[in-house]
Design a protein around this ligand. Structure first.
Ligand code: NAD
Ligand code: UGA
Length: 464
């Protein structure tokens, strides 16, 4: 099929950057990104690029180059679906918060709504591409919905999961390790696969474009995230062992990472992984395994999440223990709230859970994050639903600069590995704090020796 018009449903962290790059690399194809959230679309269209709804280094340049030429952001969902030959579904697939599978299964409401809308308004044949991360076999459900319209329109379903990481999304999209495309293995399925391969071939070398059957592609996405998260929980478990033995987890990570069979990436110990996907995708994998009666498989992967929760909790408990078993009325300054550096995304950030545990102990939390808004921080805590919004607001203060945040605090907790934290005037920070002044470095970001020379009592993760 000749592709002249692409529609992407969902203008989020994936839909926006992914379509911007597809448009940049395929100037002859019109790409329209649609969303039910009007405010989000308005922000994508804002002249002031600092107002784009997501912060991602390098994204603004690609937006300037393409927006209004062959990349459009719109609320006209039906029109855009009708005009497109290829439709990407890139909506959110959060963990279910109700009913069967609550707390584990993926909530496919939004995906199903997209499929129903496509079925309702399509007047010509379409290729529908799953860009969202979905449970294996979802393509069969989408196909069922689409084929029940009786309109005679033919739909071909492809799976094209996204592997970008926030903060490095543009690089990940422009030089991907691989692009994965799954589809039907019959004649029309293979033809559809080729149409999508052609789009990526504009910039991705053919050896990096991998084609598979639908189920392998859907499952590979869940498995990739599970393997990445597993490495973090593995090294975090070793961090606890290091603290009890005098070994240094960064030294251990380096020593094992130099074995080319293990590799050095994703071995950075931390206060725990966050982000919208690792936890939800592993829970989904566990749910699928349980549904198939594969309880040992489910137990194996559950442990990755169990350990991550433990790592966050033990970080908070260590602050409590070190500050003489009480933090009531004490100010703890948080440097960082985002789930990793170079993003304003806070979904499932360890900072939220650490703050929550310390607020339970009646600590006062001052937060400084270079990119996260005050509203977002309040929203994140309120979303946990443990206290009233007013009670949360009384115990959390959001500051505009690090020196204000650290003033009069008993301790600093580093929750995000923003580069700028290293360059702060740590002597000035030390002088403004209560003594003894503690630093709990949840990212092993600072130089322990330098920091201790100033007078701080420093504790990294997995270090003595
Ligand atoms: P997001 O929440 O940032 O964006 C999803 C968008 O879809 C929202 O703007 C929402 O308003 C819109 N939407 C929902 N239902 C809609 C509907 N019926 N019609 C039109 N718009 C609708 O989510 P995201 O982070 O972009 O993630 C999207 C998918 O990609 C998820 O399945 C996620 O697991 C996967 N993924 C995310 C990342 C990441 O780094 N964030 C990376 C790889 C894969
Ligand atoms: C992750 C994957 O890396 C992407 O390939 C995938 O597409 C994406 O999830 C998704 O499906 O949403 P992302 O969550 O954006 O990307 O960011 P990561 O770089 O993977 O970091 C996730 C969390 O792990 C962060 O909190 C980070 O600080 C933490 N992390 C990462 C560590 O604690 N140690 C490490 O060594 C690496």
């Amino acid at each position: 099929m000749n592709i002249n018009n692409i529609c992407c449903i969902g203008a989020g962290y994936v839909g926006g950057p992914t379509m911007a790059v597809i448009a940049q690399k395929n100037p002859k194809i019109n790409v329209t990104v649609v969303d039910i959230n009007r405010n989000r679309i308005d922000l994508w269209n804002s002249k002031d690029l600092s107002k784009l709804p997501i912060f991602e280094p390098g994204l603004d340049k690609v937006i300037i180059e393409t927006r209004g030429k062959n990349l459009f952001f719109s609320n006209e969902i039906e029109k855009s679906i009708k005009e497109a030959e290829m439709i990407f579904i890139s909506v959110n697939t959060p963990t279910k918060t109700y009913g069967d599978g609550k707390g584990m299964a993926a909530d496919l409401t939004y995906v199903e709504l997209c499929a129903r809308k496509i079925a309702e308004v399509s007047k010509s044949d379409k290729i529908v591409v799953e860009k969202s991360t979905l449970p294996v076999k979802t393509a069969a459900a989408i196909k069922n919905i689409l084929d029940e319209t009786g309109s005679g329109v033919k739909f071909e379903i492809l799976s094209n999961p996204e592997f970008l990481a926030e903060g490095t999304a543009m690089r990940d999209l422009i030089v991907p390790d691989r692009v994965l495309i799954g589809g039907g293995q019959d004649k029309s399925g293979l033809k559809a696969i080729k149409s999508l391969v052609d789009i990526y071939s504009s910039w991705v070398p053919s050896e990096n474009i991998l084609t598979t059957n639908l189920w392998s592609s859907e499952l590979s996405k869940l498995v990739a995230n599970a393997f990445l998260a597993q490495r973090i929980s593995s090294i975090n478990s070793i961090s606890e062992l290091c603290e009890s033995t005098g070994a240094d987890v960064d030294e251990v990570a380096k020593a094992i990472g130099m074995d080319s069979r293990i590799g050095s990436k994703f071995l950075k110990t931390s206060v725990g992984f966050g982000g919208s996907c690792f936890q939800k995708d592993i829970l989904n994998l566990v749910y699928i395994s349980k549904s198939l009666g594969l309880n040992k498989v489910a137990d194996y992967w559950s442990q990755v999440i169990i350990f991550n929760n433990h790592q966050r909790e033990r970080f908070a408990k260590n602050i409590l223990k070190t500050l003489y078993n009480t933090v009531a009325g004490k100010k703890i300054c948080f440097f960082g709230w985002a789930f990793k550096k170079n993003t304003n995304d806070t979904r499932e950030s360890a900072a939220i859970y650490v703050a929550d545990l310390l607020i339970d102990e009646k600590a006062i939390i001052n937060v400084y994050d270079p990119k996260v808004s005050e509203n977002k921080i309040h929203e994140d805590l309120n979303y946990l639903g443990k206290r009233s919004d007013k009670q949360n607001a009384e115990l959390i203060n959001i500051k505009n600069n690090p020196y204000e945040a650290s003033k009069d605090s008993h301790a600093i907790a580093i929750l995000t590995e923003w580069d700028e934290f290293i360059a702060y005037d740590w002597i000035k920070i030390f002088n403004s704090m209560k003594k003894p002044a503690f630093i709990f470095d949840g990212r092993n970001l600072l130089d322990k020796e330098k920091i201790e020379k100033i007078g701080f009592i420093y504790q990294g993760i997995g270090k003595h």
